[in-house]
Design a protein around this ligand. Sequence first.
Ligand SMILES: Nc1ncnc2c1ncn2[C@@H]1O[C@H](COP(=O)(O)OP(=O)(O)O)[C@@H](O)[C@H]1O
Ligand SMILES: [Mg+2]
Length: 304
Amino acid sequence: MTGMKPNGPTPRQSSRPVCLGVLVSYLRPEEKAILAAARDRGIDVAPVFDRDVVLDLAASDAPTSNLDFDVLLDRCVAHSRSGYVLRALQRWGIPTLNSADAVRLCDDKAENSLALESAGIPTPRTLVAFDVESAIRACEAVGYPAVLKPVTGSWGRLLARVNGPEQARSILEQKKELGSFHHAIFYVQEYIAKPDRDIRAYVIGDRVLAASYRTAKHWVTNAARGAESAPCPVTPDIEALALRACAAVGARLAGVDLIETQDGLAVIEVNTGGEFKGLMSTTDVDIAGAIVDEALDTARLGVT
Ligand SMILES: Nc1ncnc2c1ncn2[C@@H]1O[C@H](COP(=O)(O)OP(=O)(O)O)[C@@H](O)[C@H]1O
Ligand SMILES: [Mg+2]
């Protein structure tokens, strides 16, 4: 298995350097920066490609599992895959960043929103329905335009803003006919008439390391869709809200999407696998280095 330590019965020894596994789907600039930061710190680090993983669910501990790290950092794009890996490592007592629970929660927008609402965090009003007609009633409840999103997904893909019931029906029918079971879980959200930007706040541990504005002509302002990133000062409001949002989902490492509403800031979602390529271009803060330091703390404290 690429980049993996060989199997072996040798118990892990505390005298050897910390061994950091980085679970990846492929190496983006972020992961390259993380690996370089770890090597700079003299850490024994290895990327673990999700396509190479074979999880032996019968294995009773890490050395027999072939995933024998002191800590595993999840940078996998396929959250469903990382969910299984993190869950298995939890069983084998290996700390991970983030925890399996946080990743599962953030992988599902409905669960994410429910956690934010439960914690009293301002977030756009969201309804979930399982049938086209009920989803249209949900759109009416939030008012038009309404936003439809897949419950799992990222990079602003497959988001739709619908202006009335006819448009809503045609999109919902298509989702139902063409999509998998996930696409027939209808996530309906109030549309917020925000400025032409949102805010990406990057949380590591107990602090917001940096934030950026993401500006676009389109209402979907993901960097992956070409939004321009610019520095955003980390105000006390941004700091407090982003940290509360992470606490609500149990994330120690996350990109928090915030929008500016007429009533102040609101949280759109918490991304446990948050990209920070845009942010790297707008701040001198060493985000990759801070992620590695947080992973080391996680190894030391055994926080999972
Ligand atoms: N309810 C909304 N009202 C206005 N803009 C929104 C709303 N929801 C999302 N957006 C815009 O779309 C972007 C992507 O939405 P998000 O829910 O974060 O999906 P993804 O997981 O694809 O990033 C946000 O960053 C924001 O710019
Ligand atoms: Mg987002």
